[in-house]
Design a protein around this ligand. Sequence first.
Ligand SMILES: C[S@@+](CC[C@H](N)C(=O)[O-])C[C@H]1O[C@@H](n2cnc3c(N)ncnc32)[C@H](O)[C@@H]1O
Length: 251
Amino acid sequence: MTKQTTNYGNWVSTKLIYGSAVLGALFLGLSFLHVAFVIGAVPFLAALVYFAYARYAFSPRGGDIQTKLWELVLDRLNWNGKGKALDIGCGNGPLTIALAQRHPDGHVTGIDYWGKAWDYSKAVCERNAEAAGVAERTDFQKASASALPFEDGFFDAAISNFVFHEVSDAKDKREVVKEALRVIKKGGHFAFQDLFLVKELYGEVDDLLEIIRGWGIAEVAFMDTSSSGFIPTALKLPFMVGKVGIIYGTK
Ligand SMILES: C[S@@+](CC[C@H](N)C(=O)[O-])C[C@H]1O[C@@H](n2cnc3c(N)ncnc32)[C@H](O)[C@@H]1O
């Protein structure tokens, strides 16, 4: 019998890499018409090299930056593992599964809308949970982070990684944070990693923490993870992981 292995995918999707390659090749192909097309190809070829490097650095074969950032989220979650937890925008399920593995008495639900922009799916989540031996204590549902299909206070804990800024139907990304906090019970715990240092998305971090306290959250703190020593300088661009941080605490 072949041993099942997990496939957590990569934050740099193959679509991004192939898209850059196709556009670069297209411009180069048109260069017989005019030499200016060669110049037009340069940004796409540069993007191709950059995204291919980033994909490698995020992967286990490269610097394993994804796994290291996932662990920072899990380490900030002060949950005792009793009851139910939610992973918002679970992708292929790495955090859902790792959280279930850390807490043998808990149940973890992963939700995602599994849009076309990513190489993730519910079927892969379920296969990964099976391979990791936590299928009985995890479940995966299609849902949007902007309108979670759970009543107020349903979960004992919630986590999310690198999702809130992606939620296209929420103009103000702070509303996505509020929606995530809504489904946690009073006294429950949370740890959310996102581009919290991008002021255009969230404003100043201190102001964001004040706003969150104003929603009746008992304890909230911020950890700047973008300055983690394991992140290579080349990945510290604002649209990669140069502006990430974790908001964590107790409701
Ligand atoms: C960078 S990936 C992160 C996936 C996973 N959390 C991880 O760390 O590997 C962003 C994820 O956000 C999900 N996403 C984007 N918009 C969403 C929405 N409105 N509701 C739920 N998930 C969403 C995408 O499908 C994708 O899985």
